[in-house]
Write a protein that binds this ligand. Structure first.
Ligand code: VGL
Ligand code: ZN
Length: 210
C-alpha cells in the first residue's frame, strides 16, 4: 500500500501568510491532482496553542530567526503562525481535503515544537501517523507540502527511520529559505539519508493505484 502525505498546506505558509513560503500556494493544484491517484491520503496540520514556545513573541525581546534553547532543544523562533482555530491554521481553501482520510495535528504542546508529522522535535511523543500507516500496511510514503526545509524534511527523515520507503515529490514542495540554498541542502540531505526524489508527473503517469 502506498500513501500520500500532505504536509502543512495551510494559509500561514502561503505567500501572504504569517510565515510565508515563496510560491507555497503552487503546491495546491499538484496535491489535488495526486490525490486522485492514491488510495490513501493523509495530511499534517501545524496546530499551535497561542502560548507556543516557538513563537518569538512569547519570549521577551526575541525576534523571529533567532535561536534559543527551548527545554533542552535548539529552537528557531518563528513569527506567530498556525494558531489553533485561526484562519492561518486552516488548510488552503482550494485544497481538496475531502480526499484526506485522516488529519494529524502537530505542534500542540507549547513546550516543544514538532516539524515532523510523526514525532515532536525531541522524538518523545508520536502523533499517531506512523501507527496509522503501519495499520494500513503502508510500505511506501510519498511526501509533499510545506515547508521543504523544515516540516517536509523532518517528515521524510522520520519516515525513513520508521522503515518506510520514502519519496519526496520535488515539484510538490517549497521552502522557507531562511538562508539562501536551504532548500537545496534539505533535498540533498533527504536523498543522502535514503529518500527517493520524484516529480508529480511521473506519479500521475504511473498512476500510484496500480
Ligand atoms: C513549519 C516552521 C515552523 C513548517 C512549521 O511547516 O515547515 N516551519 N512551523
Ligand atoms: Zn509551526
Amino acid at each position: 500500500m502506498k500513501a500520500l502525505i500532505l504536509v502543512d498546506i495551510q494559509n500561514d505558509f502561503c505567500p501572504l501568510g504569517a510565515l510565508p513560503v515563496e510560491e507555497g500556494n503552487q503546491v495546491v493544484p499538484i496535491a489535488n491532482k495526486l490525490m486522485e491517484v492514491f488510495d490513501l491520503v493523509v495530511a499534517t496540520q501545524d496546530w499551535h496553542p497561542a502560548n507556543h514556545g516557538s513563537f518569538a513573541a512569547n519570549h521577551p525581546w526575541r525576534k523571529p530567526g533567532q535561536v534559543i534553547d527551548l527545554n533542552g532543544l535548539q529552537q528557531i523562533l518563528w513569527p506567530i503562525h498556525c494558531v489553533q482555530e485561526s484562519f492561518g491554521a486552516e488548510f488552503v481553501q482550494e485544497l481538496n481535503i475531502a480526499k484526506v482520510s485522516k488529519i494529524f495535528p502537530k505542534g500542540t504542546d507549547p513546550e516543544v515544537d514538532s516539524y515532523s508529522g510523526f514525532f515532536d522535535n525531541g522524538h518523545r511523543k508520536a502523533t499517531g501517523l506512523g501507527d496509522f500507516l503501519k495499520e494500513k500496511e503502508v510500505k511506501e510514503v510519498f511526501i509533499m507540502g510545506l515547508a521543504a526545509d523544515y516540516c517536509v524534511k523532518f517528515t521524510v527523515l522520520d519516515a525513513i527511520e520508521l522503515g518506510f520507503e520514502a519519496y519526496l515529490i520535488v515539484d510538490g514542495t517549497r521552502g522557507v529559505n531562511l538562508n539562501a540554498g536551504d532548500v537545496e541542502k534539505a533535498i540533498a540531505e533527504m536523498q543522502e539519508k535514503g529518500a527517493h526524489l520524484v516529480q508529480s508527473a511521473e506519479l500521475l503517469q504511473q498512476n500510484a493505484k496500480n
